[in-house]
Ligand binder design. Structure first.
Ligand SMILES: [Zn+2]
Length: 138
């Protein structure tokens, strides 16, 4: 059997191979974008791990995550977005800030690749008080 799959992912939770399937497989009637795809653990729904794929080339958007980790990543994204708003930063500037805070380079600083622990770190970093004026504390 020939497959069009270019990216082969293994589920980090159970070690089963992931399959690229329409997002509606998981979201059902709640699917927002019918053309979107997910990499889903082949043991789904017994194993609840998946990750979104880029629409153009179906490259995975990060590492596969279960429900807990997905929730954490959403929270981390929201925290970063809030910080970006509060400090009137562009999206790239917020990521540069995050890279510096976490000591990561550009290729590593993607919330879609973060573990629960790293998401927690992002959330608490974003919560740290903002100094008005942005200058150094006297
Ligand atoms: Zn799995």
């Amino acid at each position: 059997m020939k497959t069009m799959k270019k990216y082969s992912l293994k589920c980090p939770y159970c070690g089963s191979p992931a399959v690229c399937r329409p997002a509606s497989t998981v979201y059902g009637a709640d699917t927002i974008d019918r053309k979107s795809y997910l990499y889903i653990c082949s043991r789904w729904p017994a194993c609840d791990a998946y990750v979104s794929a880029h629409k153009r080339d179906r490259r995975p958007m990060g590492t596969m995550a279960d429900r807990r980790l997905r929730r954490k990543r959403i929270q981390a994204h929201e925290a970063l977005k809030r910080l970006q708003k509060e400090r009137h930063m562009d999206k790239w500037a917020a990521y540069v800030w995050l890279q510096a805070k976490l000591g990561l380079d550009e290729s590593q600083a993607h919330i879609g690749m973060f573990s629960e622990q790293m998401c927690e770190q992002v959330i608490s970093l974003c919560r740290s008080p903002v100094r008005p004026g942005g200058g150094m504390a006297a």
